[in-house]
Design a protein around this ligand. Structure first.
Ligand SMILES: [Zn+2]
Length: 261
């Protein structure tokens, strides 16, 4: 990953030429106006921070990537497998639609999702000019939202999965993600006999590797070009929000992607 600093904000992007037709970034929590425990570039109004702070933080992000704020399309993320393809930016006068994967083929739209441990997966098809972001926590992972997303863009945009490039962004790493037996049980349907390879027993706990699990599901959906950020949110709280490491008292950072015009 490359770290970019701009206007007091910092974000990471994939270095690979594969994402060349996009503007994308995973914004660190630095450079915003929100006080503790949301310090400081928090993008969620659902975690106790003020609406004014969130709006100012959002404005700073759009300025740093030189995109108009009215290009924004975002959703209410609910750990579902709902996939939304949009031709228009969000109408700020209406409530958010509920979804956990968003796509567009329009260069006038900027997609944004919010994270604090869940896995952001950006997808890009250069030939079809399609971009997207998937939100996969443990629930989205075991429900296989990745497959749902790929299936939907095959249908909607005639994307060939072999043309897709995927980037797995900053999220909780296997070193920090202890889960309950319920997660292991819920993973059976998505992973079958491969399930064991994504869970590891250590120090009396069970650790789930969300990065490799989603990489596997992407491969099963026909995606072969997969890049891993290997950045663990819980390992570096000065740059990332971590719901787990901060006991739920934290903010949400932004993952954004847009097509270059
Ligand atoms: Zn970690």
């Amino acid at each position: 990953m490359i770290r970019i600093s701009n206007n007091g904000l910092s974000y990471y992007k994939f270095a690979e030429n594969d994402f060349e037709g996009t503007i994308h970034g995973f914004f660190t929590r630095c450079g915003g106006v929100s006080p503790e425990p949301w310090n400081s570039l928090n993008l969620a109004t659902t975690v106790g921070d003020s609406r004014e702070n969130v709006i100012e933080n959002r404005k700073r992000i759009f300025e740093s990537i030189a995109r108009p704020e009215k290009s924004l399309f975002d959703v209410w993320q609910i750990h579902s497998t709902n996939v939304l393809c949009t031709d228009v930016s969000r109408n700020f006068a209406e409530p958010h639609q509920k979804a956990d994967a968003i796509f567009t083929d329009r260069p006038q739209i900027t997609l944004l999702m919010r994270f604090a441990d869940c896995v952001p997966i950006i997808l890009y098809d250069e030939s079809r000019h399609v971009i997207g972001i998937v939100h996969a926590g443990w629930q989205g992972t075991v429900k296989n939202i990745v497959r749902q997303a790929v299936t939907e863009i095959e249908r909607r945009y005639r994307v060939n999965p072999a043309d897709l490039v995927a980037g797995i962004g900053p999220s909780i790493g296997p070193d920090h993600y202890a889960v309950g037996e319920n997660v292991f049980l819920a993973a059976e349907e998505a992973f079958g006999k491969e399930r064991e390879s994504f869970f590891q027993h250590a120090n009396g706990s069970l650790f789930f590797n969300l990065w490799q699990a989603n990489g596997y599901l992407l491969e099963k959906s026909g995606v072969t070009k997969i890049h891993y950020s290997n950045i663990c949110t819980a390992c570096n709280l000065t740059e990332w929000y971590s719901h787990r490491a901060e006991n739920g008292k934290t903010g949400r950072f932004g993952a954004v992607i847009a097509l270059k015009e």
